[in-house]
Design a protein. Structure first.
Length: 102
């Protein structure tokens, strides 16, 4: 009488290997999903902390950025000086200085 294929140890080992590989695959997907949820959670927490920073920041460290817009026959040239807080990124002031015609 012919044996059932699963009674063959070689076939049974192949089946067990396939099951183990599939289980490992799903375990990895679960792990990735778990970390994705943690990333979402910490991103939300970071945003909340950044909002608190905007309120509490004394804006002591600042940066100045100067943008120049050249003039033409009809338009005066002008500079826009933007002062931003280095810590929280808030724009503290914007000054425009007008020059001559181009
Ligand atoms: Zn600030």
């Amino acid at each position: 009488m012919k044996k059932h294929p699963l009674e063959d140890p070689a076939v049974m080992k192949k089946v067990e290997d396939a099951v183990r590989k599939t289980n490992e695959h799903f375990a990895i997907l679960d792990e990735i999903n778990k970390y994705s949820k943690l990333v979402e959670k910490y991103t939300r927490m970071r945003k909340d902390a950044e909002q608190k920073l905007l309120v509490s920041c004394p804006h002591t460290a600042t940066t100045k950025k100067e943008d120049h817009f050249p003039g033409s026959y009809y338009d005066r040239e002008y500079w826009v000086i933007t002062k931003k807080c280095k810590t929280c990124g808030k724009t503290l002031s914007t000054e425009t200085t007008t020059g001559g015609y181009g």
